[in-house]
Design a protein around this ligand. Structure first.
Ligand code: FAD
Length: 381
């Protein structure tokens, strides 16, 4: 009888756990260890802010894994011992015969400190109630959304948030009194999707009256005077500032023997094997290099990697087919009016990713809703 550990109950962990359960004999045990007791897809936070649907309606309890024959332990992983295929947790040491590490990403500490000076972290679910209140009070001045550094989770999400929020302000009749601006340190809106998709997105923002500041690195935030200073000397005042800190590896990942010099785990980009036998790493806690940059930190990639890692782990134990990831994937780009564009293609292509944007339509919005529902119901229904 084998014991398989899955660290993390997000996209990568849930995909891996279910794939392990599906492929392993019933007598083998699959255990998910996660700090949080629930799961929701990232964009559900934006739907909450935009008034599309409260976050709670898209949230499911990880305890439901138990109904699917997967053991769930709510605990903080405090140390990873890849050689011993074990973890130290707030609930004690747990050992296994194989492991998939899917612990996601946290925020770069310097950025979190800057945001704490008075802005809100757009990505942090715990900030949502305060952001909602601040939005209700917003009747004049400037709404500023600032990407603080790269990589950050889901490259289109800050732009989607900006477009959806400006539409919400329009629907509420206050948009004319509010300047809406988005800033990014990058030279393009969506470097990962290339110049054409970036231009398309920039045009959508401009057409909605949103100011786009590229090559603007936040240097400091003054919460008392409600101003932000960029490294190029520009100072902007704001009434409400929503910041997107760059991603950072969770400390337990960065301090583990699995991490590379960057602090991220850098597994084989096709098989997700790591330096340790029968230990795989997937999703946002990994750094996967592409010809020009790195694979976006997105749920679709974490899920694909989770399935492949689980299949290969089963093959390590029992033989059978192994799978490889080919670099194909897609990202949704949601625009106001329940329209969704899709950026899809080969992110591993050389000399640069071969990725295209398909223009938005309402059918893709329905597809996005179904995509979420399929995951919530098949993983935790
Ligand atoms: C606003 C927003 C919109 C997004 N939109 C999209 C989208 O449209 N499409 C898309 O593909 N992606 C989207 N994403 C990105 C997506 O949410 C992430 O890329 C995805 O969640 C990564 O999956 P993961 O399994 O690697 O990590 P996560 O889903 O973050 O899961 C990490 C898990 O590890 C657990 N954990 C962390 N540290 C510890 C610890 N020390 N001990 C125990 N447990 C721990 C957490 O509790 C969690 O269960 C969006 C993200 C945001 C913020």
């Amino acid at each position: 009888m084998a014991d398989l550990l899955v660290l993390g109950g997000g996209f990568g962990g849930l995909a891996a756990a279910h794939e392990l359960r599906r492929r392993l004999p019933r007598g083998d045990q699959v255990t998910v260890v996660a700090m949080s007791d629930r799961f929701f897809v990232g964009f559900a936070k934006l739907w909450d802010l935009a008034g599309v649907r409260p976050l709670v309606d898209g949230t499911r309890a990880l305890q439901r894994l138990e109904d699917r024959g997967i053991r769930f332990v709510q605990a903080e992983v405090t140390a990873i011992d890849p050689a011993g295929c074990a973890v130290e947790t707030s609930e004690g040491r747990i050992t296994g015969d194989g492991m998939v590490v899917a612990l996601g990403a946290t925020y770069r500490p310097q950025h979190s400190d800057l945001v704490d000076a008075g802005a809100y972290n757009l990505y942090h679910a715990a900030s949502l109630p305060d952001i909602r209140t601040a939005l209700e009070d917003l009747t004049e001045g400037r709404l500023l959304v600032s990407i603080m550094g790269t990589p950050y989770l889901c490259p289109p999400a800050p732009y989607e948030a900006t477009l959806l929020l400006q539409q919400r302000l329009r629907d509420e009749g206050v948009r004319d009194q509010i300047d809406v601006v988005i800033s990014t340190p990058a030279p393009l809106t969506l470097p990962v999707a290339g110049p054409d998709a970036s231009r398309y997105l920039a045009d959508e923002l401009t057409a909605s009256g949103v100011g786009v500041l590229t090559e603007h690195h936040v240097s400091s935030i003054d919460g008392q005077n409600r101003t932000v200073t960029f490294q190029n000397g520009t100072v902007l005042d704001w009434q409400l500032m929503l910041a997107v800190p760059a991603a950072a590896p969770p400390p337990v990942v960065a301090s583990s023997p699995l991490a590379g010099a960057t602090g991220w785990i850098e597994p084989d980009r096709h098989t997700f094997t790591t330096s340790a036998e029968r230990v795989y790493a997937v999703g946002d806690c990994t750094l996967i290099r592409t010809a020009t940059a790195q694979l976006p930190k997105a749920g679709v990639f974490a899920e694909a990697a989770g399935k492949i890692a689980a299949t290969n782990l089963v093959s390590d134990l029992y033989g059978g087919d192994r799978l490889t990831f080919d670099g194909y994937g897609y990202c949704f780009v949601e625009l106001p009016g329940q329209r969704v564009a899709t950026v899809a293609g080969d992110f591993y292509a050389k000399p640069k990713p071969n990725v295209r944007l398909a223009p938005p339509d309402r059918a893709s919005f329905s597809a996005k809703q179904e995509w979420e529902e399929e995951r919530l119901s098949s993983w935790l229904g």
